[in-house]
Write a protein that binds this ligand. Structure first.
Ligand code: BES
Ligand code: ZN
Ligand code: ZN
Length: 501
């Protein structure tokens, strides 16, 4: 979709639709909405008086102009309470409005800059949110459909602002929003892709393509390299599959003179998690094609970062494998040795993500990364604890998680910190090895995090469990059914914040 920024009178555009907004409780709209209302002979104010338009968050009201003004339609979107306006509201209402207009068959639409006036949001941030909301809200995954969906495409969104002075800032916002939204779409595509099209080798190929196109250094470790290094935990998971595992390393060097700072982002890349010999029930198992969402988010984040070019060093690590049962698969009770020398009793082969991450976090330490964030669809338990509205965070470094929570607020990809009390470690004790890969049913997301902590050791580290947030089963704002692309926007915002400070 083409997104442009222009300075003109939105009420005079010969276009399929214009999007204006309204805060709750406003009786007589002002600003750009007011100008359109005036051109419409106060139609909006009348509908407010009749109670048909309330301005409630997410409300949409379509007005056909029938030739009274140049735009064929006016779509009024509700922004809710003015004092509670957030960038995420702007993103969401834009996503909803764009889908609504696409359904109507609109090809070209224009929007005013939500929130930049009375909402108190900066024009640049508002334009970024509008761009992200429209691109992400209109996202579809149709690669494997031989017939296209009936709806056409919304081909162009014009962001219109009367004040010429604001145009450069709006353009900056659009260009950043596009980079970020395109990266999120890469992550969504990878997660939505069925496992027969997204093997560890496919992930490595995508990483190579992203690296090549964006001047990012890449290295892909093969099975024999992992054997040499001693990545026994990852190899144990991979041994049940005919697909070779890959260990992908991406380096973005934005601050070459500052080797001491190198932020690691480490993503679980299980391209299909059947559970292995500890086989999952077949109902819902197909969802496990998305068990590489963490890895996808790492590749997507590096894509965005390499285009935004902040002054900071970032290393992406993606351990990727299938988890399948077979005659060569690892068995419950097997003991494996991770890269850092610790032995692990594999009590349950379905707790495979932490095994991959054990080697990846150890590798990150070996590289001397200054901080690490791992991202993983790690436990069903985090869904029980937090549901689908936020990602669970676990840490050994409060400052890092505080910053990530801030980025979460700003991006609408919310993060909630979970406890890491010592006592939980007890549950991971093994009778035969240094540690066991499961800690029982109680506090399952926390014992999983405590397991990872044994491998991140004293490197400042945050673990993000995205098992509840990586996919959604319904449309909401700029999210559509399927992969969400979380937490790419959080990671990008976090990394940008590290570059500035
Ligand atoms: N990939 C799953 C976790 C998961 C569950 C992700 C639901 C997305 C949706 C993970 O590998 C897993 O199977 N975890 C087990 C751990 C258990 C065996 C300790 C789980 O959560 O049941
Ligand atoms: Zn599993
Ligand atoms: Zn898994």
């Amino acid at each position: 979709m083409k997104i442009t920024v222009t300075s003109e009178d939105i009420a005079k555009l010969p276009i399929d639709a214009v999007i204006v907004n309204l805060f709750e409780g406003v009786k007589r709209p002002g600003g750009a909405t007011g100008a359109v209302d005036k051109a419409l002979g106060r139609a909006i104010a009348k509908l407010i008086a009749q109670g048909e338009i309330t301005g409630k968050n997410g409300e949409t009201t379509l007005i056909h102009t029938l030739g009274s003004i140049k735009p064929r339609r006016v779509l009024v979107v509700g922004l809710g309470n003015q004092k509670e306006l957030t960038l995420d509201t702007i993103r969401s209402v834009t996503g909803v409005a764009c889908r609504y207009l696409r359904k109507l068959g609109a090809k070209r639409a224009a929007t005013i800059v939500h929130g930049a006036g009375a909402g108190g949001v900066s024009p640049e941030e508002a334009a970024q949110a509008i761009t992200e909301g429209s691109i992400l809200g209109l996202y579809t995954f149709q690669r494997h459909m031989t017939k296209n969906r009936d709806e056409g495409e919304l081909e162009e969104l014009q962001i219109v602002e009367m004040d010429k002075g604001k145009i450069p800032a709006l353009k900056r916002g659009v260009s950043r929003g596009r980079v970020i939204a395109d990266a999120v779409i890469l992550a969504r595509d990878m997660v939505n892709e069925p496992a027969n099209f997204m093997t560890p080798s496919d992930i490595a190929d995508i990483a190579k393509k992203v690296a090549k196109e964006n001047n990012v250094d890449i290295e892909v470790l093969e099975k024999r390299d992992m054997e040499k290094l001693g990545m026994g935990a990852l190899l144990g998971v991979a041994q049940g599959s005919n697909q070779p595992p890959k260990f992908i390393i991406l380096h973005y060097r934005g601050d070459k003179g500052n080797d001491a700072q190198n932020i690691g982002i480490v993503g679980k890349g299980v391209t299909f998690d059947s559970g292995g010999i500890s086989l999952k029930p077949s109902e819902g198992m197909a969802e496990m094609k998305g068990d590489m969402a963490g890895g996808a988010s790492v590749i997507a984040t590096l894509k965005a970062i390499s285009q935004l070019k902040p002054k900071v060093n970032v290393t992406g690590l993606i351990p990727t494998s299938e988890n399948l049962p077979s005659g060569s698969a690892q068995k419950p009770g097997d003991v494996v040795k991770a890269l850092n020398g610790k032995t692990i009793e594999v009590d349950n082969t379905d707790a495979e993500g932490r095994l991959l991450l054990a080697d990846a976090l150890s590798y990150g330490r070996k590289l001397g990364l200054s901080a690490m964030i791992d991202i993983a669809t790690l436990t069903g338990a985090i869904r029980v604890a937090l549901g689908t509205h936020c990602t669970g965070a676990f840490t050994n470094n409060q400052k890092m998680v505080d910053q990530l929570e801030k980025s979460g607020e700003k991006t609408g990809e919310r993060i909630w910190q979970m406890p890491m009390f010592e006592e939980y470690k007890e549950q991971n004790k093994s009778d035969v090895a240094d540690i066991k890969n499961v800690g029982g049913r109680l506090g399952g997301a926390i014992t999983a995090a405590q397991f990872l902590a044994e491998f991140s050791e004293d490197t400042p580290w945050v673990h993000l469990d995205i098992a509840g947030t990586s996919m959604t089963d319904k449309e909401k704002g700029y999210l559509v059914k399927g992969a969400t692309g979380t937490p790419v926007r959080v990671l990008v915002d976090f990394i940008l914040s590290q570059a500035q400070s």
